[in-house]
Design a protein around this ligand. Sequence first.
Ligand SMILES: [Zn+2]
Length: 264
Amino acid sequence: MSVAPLQALADAWPAGMLAAVVLFGLAIGSFLNVVIVRVPAGRSLWRPRSACPRCSALLSWYDNIPVLSFLVLRGRCRTCGVPIAWRYPIVEAVTAVALVLAYLAFGPTAEFVVASVLLAALIAITAIDLQHLLIPDVITLPGILVGLVANVATGRMSWIDSVLGITLASGLFLAIILVSRGGMGGGDLKLGAMLGAFLGWKALLFALFVAVILGGVLGIALVASGLRGRKDAVPFGPFLAVGGAMALFWGERVFGWWVGGFGG
Ligand SMILES: [Zn+2]
């Protein structure tokens, strides 16, 4: 399903449309940085304006330009010189790249808009889970609803696929939580359900497959290298996020290969 104004711009000026996607991605990334800092702290996303965490100097617009300001300021607060976390430019750049990839994959369509929403949520969740070992309900619970409604509204897939995705993820994660007794949390379950809502049950299976393989490989590598003990918590959210992003682009196709391989 194409979005008429986006389609018109893309037809008239393809390079301009791509540049717009880059700028849009950087701006969304900048907003995600606010989400990543404020949501775990329970603070408002809209007030007050961004300020240096040490000297409280308010950031002017030219100190708040994605990636560029970090480079110009050489990663330090203009007023007090305290180092700015590398997370800021990384999140902005990753978001821009993710949205460009989504645009290249889906074109100026409603599917691109839905993909952008999912990718933005996954980037915020990854950064928060890495830092705080938690996946905020305020992102995943509305995410389940948004995924379902977006699929119905755009006709990306039938609502049955979406509801089956939510159900399958919830069931699988509930079983894992019961068996592992605390190895996996409710936050992972809700993230799984959100992926199921957005991706549908087929691509969800691919997302979980990727997450388990990546998580397993990295978990073994961390324990073997002595960087983490066997009992240390390793967040699973980032693996689910990577699996979900890969499934967004390739999930249905890979599922087709699996079924084709089994069915001949
Ligand atoms: Zn400062």
